[in-house]
Design a protein around this ligand. Structure first.
Ligand SMILES: *Cc1c(COP(=O)(O)O)cnc(C)c1O
Length: 364
């Protein structure tokens, strides 16, 4: 618990915990942003003040992820859900795409894409409640596929692609919503990366899209709304219309926080350390069990169960009284889920494991 502000340890899958330092800066700058005499919420998105905010945010993200010059960074709205539509609308040329379905979000994206073309499910882990990542080294990739789609970290089920699929030369599209900026990634391996920021980066309402320039298309279907064209947003540096201005500002603060911390290599190291504490405990616990195959485990979302709904409920209640909140698993999985995103301090994970140990002793 953060004594100063009486804050709980928030294990929510999203919207999720943000770094205290970032919230403090936002607070300090709330009423008068850098002598502008106003809050960032009140600043014109066409002003010099805002121009600097959005440009700095983009540059810091480029530095953090080492984004090559031939990729555009877009700050959009509409949630990850809108990307389920924007991706096929903008990327389908042959009208064919291959989807790897490793959870609810990938499945939703797959279902949504059906509206726009011939969409194939080339692999799935639904047979075992999405508790693993299938072998994607030699899939039946369609010869005319415009792209191969994955959800890289499955927020609900707690699995993560530790090796990218072999797309056999096709463009890879990744929903990184719940692992964005949790570790370094090689952007050049992707045609398009997108992430809703409310999991690991900022307040809900901002989508970050990183897209290779040659995938920006002018010749979109006539019916495509202007707002759903990546090219429109890219040509206008995410200022075609009023962007989610305050949210982008907070994302920018988080990028600065990450840079100060030592970047994504350092973040990865910290995330691995945190996850190890929890997984090591789960592996030896007599009461709690992880629900995911070991080699598919996520660093960000850790689902676990006791095997009894009643016991799960009791645990969630008692944990809450200890200031360990939002531990209830997704309604489709049950049990518990601890989301331990970038901003979750190691003390929070230790406090959780200490409490689990105590609970186990009392209830076994
Ligand atoms: C949360 C989440 C979504 C849905 O995000 P919205 O912003 O609510 O549309 C999609 N994909 C992943 C991986 C998520 O974690």
């Amino acid at each position: 618990m953060n004594k100063k502000y009486n804050r709980v340890y928030n294990f929510s899958a999203g919207p999720a915990v943000l770094p205290v330092e970032v919230l403090e800066t936002a607070r300090d700058e709330m009423l008068n942003y850098k002598n502008s005499g106003m809050s960032v919420m009140e600043v014109s998105h066409r002003s010099k003040t805002y121009d600097e905010i959005i440009k700095t945010a983009e540059q810091d993200l480029r530095d953090l992820m080492n984004i090559p010059d031939n990729y555009k960074v877009l700050f959009l709205q509409g949630g990850a859900h809108l990307q389920f539509s924007m991706v096929p609308i903008n990327l389908l040329k042959n009208g064919v795409a291959d989807y790897i379905v490793t959870g609810q979000w990938a499945k939703k994206a797959y279902n949504e894409a059906q509206k726009y073309g011939k969409i194939n499910k080339i692999a799935s882990s639904e047979d075992k409640t999405f508790s693993y990542i299938p072998d994607c080294s030699d899939l039946d990739i369609s010869p005319d596929a415009d792209y191969v789609y994955i959800c890289e970290n499955n927020t609900i089920y707690g699995t993560k692609f530790h090796k990218l699929p072999n797309t056999k030369g096709k463009i890879l599209v990744s929903d990184m919503s719940s692992c964005f900026l949790s570790e370094p990634v090689d952007v050049t391996k992707y045609g398009l990366i997108y992430a809703g920021v409310q999991k690991n980066v900022g307040p809900a309402g901002v989508q970050i899209v990183i897209i290779r320039e040659d995938l920006l298309r002018e010749d979109l279907p006539k019916w495509c709304p202007t707002m759903l064209s990546y090219k429109i947003h890219a040509d206008n540096n995410s200022l075609y219309n009023t962007p989610p201005a305050y949210g982008i500002y907070v994302c920018g603060l988080v990028f600065k926080w990450l840079k100060k911390l030592g970047g994504l290599e350092k973040m990865k190291e910290m995330n691995e350390k945190k996850a190890k504490i929890l997984y090591d405990f789960l592996d030896k616990s007599k009461l709690f069990k992880g629900t995911v195959e070991k080699n598919s485990r996520s660093l960000m979302n850790v689902p676990f169960v006791t095997g009894s709904d009643e016991m799960d409920k009791k645990f969630i209640e008692e944990a809450k009284n200890e200031g360990l909140v939002q531990l209830k698993g997704h309604r489709t999985v049950g049990g518990m889920r601890a989301s331990i995103y970038n901003a979750m301090p190691i003390e929070g994970v230790k406090a959780l494991v200490d409490f689990m140990e105590k609970f186990e002793k009392e209830n076994i």
